[in-house]
Design a protein around this ligand. Structure first.
Ligand code: PAF
Length: 282
């Protein structure tokens, strides 16, 4: 496995792959890898000839006061995991090369970036789109792999790829959960034991929504009310948002129909966690 820091060296490797006619898969990450990331890596290894995993903790997607400084970093562990999976290249670019002094260019996907998580994190998706487009320009992948846990991120990146005519297939893979239902996230590392238990309320509220929908409930408000009541009954939780939206434009639904995204963000103590479920109604 090749570990590359320099953008020029990365481009040269891609050039070599292309000369040999190899297809390229890219898994962008911020490190602190878990089984969710590894499921993306395995899919890339299975569906493309060469897999590049990027590790870059992107300051542009953290607002002042968020956890950029504390975000877990364990590059040696991450590299060991990726080596074991059989990844071809780990790309760890330097901050000064990605955002050199005088850096001024950002990518925005209007409207979609302002909804759901964008309400409390107004610059988050601008940061995500900017780094992902930069990585796409360097790596020129045929396919890129993202997790359904970040549903809004995946929808926005799919729109960016479509709007900017990039020839990249975005594959979105299912959420990977612990046995008790908690969606895997690098930020779960922040949770103390009692918070870890309280965090189960996210997935439980989604299972409740799924049950109500399966039993025929179609009123978004009724489902939201039940979810809110369940979450508020658990000490140490604070709801950032719970939204039931269509999974293309992310606009709130009154009556559930076709492709529904139930999405939520909840603070467990000081840690903000997200989770979601997507339901297709006929
Ligand atoms: O999902 C993430 O880990 C990040 O938002 C991403 C896509 C790697 C961009 O920094």
């Amino acid at each position: 496995m090749n570990i590359i820091h320099s953008i020029e060296e990365m481009k040269a490797e891609i050039h070599e792959f292309r000369k040999k006619g190899k297809s390229i898969g890219c898994v962008p990450t911020m490190g602190s890898l878990h089984e969710g990331h590894l499921s993306l890596v395995r899919q890339s290894l299975q569906t493309t000839d060469r897999t590049v995993v990027t590790i870059f903790i992107n300051p542009a997607q953290f607002a002042p006061g968020e956890d950029f400084e504390q975000y877990p970093r364990d590059y040696d562990r991450d590299i060991g995991l990726l080596e074991r999976e059989g990844v071809d290249i780990v790309f760890l670019p330097d901050m000064k090369d990605i955002y050199p002094p005088g850096y001024k260019t950002y990518v925005e996907v209007h409207d979609l970036q302002e909804r759901l998580c964008g309400l409390s994190r107004p610059t988050f998706f601008r940061g995500v789109c900017t780094i992902v487009l930069k990585l796409f320009n360097i790596i020129t992948p045929d396919r890129a792999f993202f997790g359904q846990k970040d549903a809004q991120q995946a929808i926005i990146l799919q729109r960016m790829v479509r709007d900017l005519n990039l020839d990249i297939l975005i594959e979105v893979l299912p959420i990977v959960r612990d046995a008790d239902g908690l969606a895997l996230s690098s930020r779960n590392a922040y949770l103390k034991d009692n918070e870890r238990k309280a965090a189960l309320t996210l997935s439980r509220s989604l299972r409740l929504a799924e049950k109500m929908i399966a039993e025929g409930e179609r009123s978004a408000e009724k489902i939201r009310e039940e979810m809110i009541a369940l979450i508020q009954s658990v000490q140490g939780t604070r709801i950032d948002y719970i939204e039931i939206v269509d999974s293309e434009e992310l606009l709130p639904l009154e009556t559930l129909k076709s492709r529904v995204l139930v999405s939520l963000a909840v603070f467990i103590g000081r840690t903000r966690l997200i989770d979601n479920t997507q339901i297709i109604l006929s």
